[in-house]
Design a protein around this ligand. Sequence first.
Ligand code: ATP
Ligand code: MG
Length: 198
Amino acid sequence: MGKRLGVMGGTFDPIHYGHLVTAEEALVQLRLDEVLFVPTGRPWMKEHEVVSAAEDRYLMTVIATASNPRFSVSRMEIDREGATYTADTLRSLREQTGAGTELFFISGADAILEILHWREPEEVFELAHFIAATRPGYDLAHFEAAAPPLHPEITVMQVPALAISSTDIRRRVADGRPLRYLVPEGVKSYIEKRELYR
Ligand code: ATP
Ligand code: MG
């Protein structure tokens, strides 16, 4: 039997329960063996935004996923020089894992639509299955009506609706509002210790 590997890309600035629930649902619904979290290096679509140091985002992702034996974190994007493209990541994962492993790229409803604007969309669809998780505030049906139809390679996955975003978490820290129950305790402690998002 071949291996089924989920790949969850993200800025994870910081990682929160929306990411974790999405990965866990993918694990179960798609019968994956493992989910690999891949924090981005320099995300090309966030070029004009201030993003926390890659090492901090990587460590928070490690802390948040440590207790789940089926979750792991890759340094491949943060150790790569220059802008990061998911196409490159999927290509090198393909090379590392070989033909026996099926790749499933997991993302939220907002991010999946960006794939269609990637450099080589058709080639990318050969590398992995694409899973679009439902996310409050981003209605895929609405997007579909406005934009070109969802690519047949994209599968929509229902996940419990958590209206949590890293943007909101960063604002909460800046405003001194609570993070408890939005991010794992260890991530909250790390943010405080490193004085992130002040
Ligand atoms: P930011 O507000 O900084 O963009 P974010 O919360 O969107 O942060 P990202 O790191 O940009 O987090 O997202 C990584 C992936 O996780 C994306 O595919 C995104 O769509 C998905 N995702 C993030 N939050 C949720 C959520 N609450 N429910 C479902 N998917 C989510
Ligand atoms: Mg985002």
